[in-house]
Design a protein around this ligand. Sequence first.
Ligand SMILES: [Zn+2]
Length: 146
Amino acid sequence: MESAWSLIKCICGHNFGIKKGNKIRCFRCSNNNDYKIIKNFSSSIDLRIAVATANAPEEINHIINNKLKGSEAKKYNLNINEVVNMSKYQVMMKNATSNDGVLKLDKLVSILNNNFIEDVLAEDLIAKSEFEGLIIRSAHNEWSWL
Ligand SMILES: [Zn+2]
């Protein structure tokens, strides 16, 4: 399969994904010269998981690794749950996005409410996605997908 997506590591330490052929520019420091292509992917989903993992703070990696020492079965469950959660929330964020590509906070809040999700805040989902370089703030309580 063709590898159309790349995981990029900027000199500032930020990891982000791009579609091949697109301009490479770090979302955190705006640098576009000093970067490394870490890995290529054929699917944007694999790329997003790799970006999220690469940007996970050391502390979280440490906690996850300690949890994983419990048993191999647990490790499998944890990974699957993380992937399922990620796509579920990402679908909701896409649903909260208007036809012109604008993600609105109040819309995401009401979608979470409609799905009876009380343990995850819309603000946290947005902050996480901003950190992962998936979205960028375009106006007050509005974001655009990158
Ligand atoms: Zn950077």
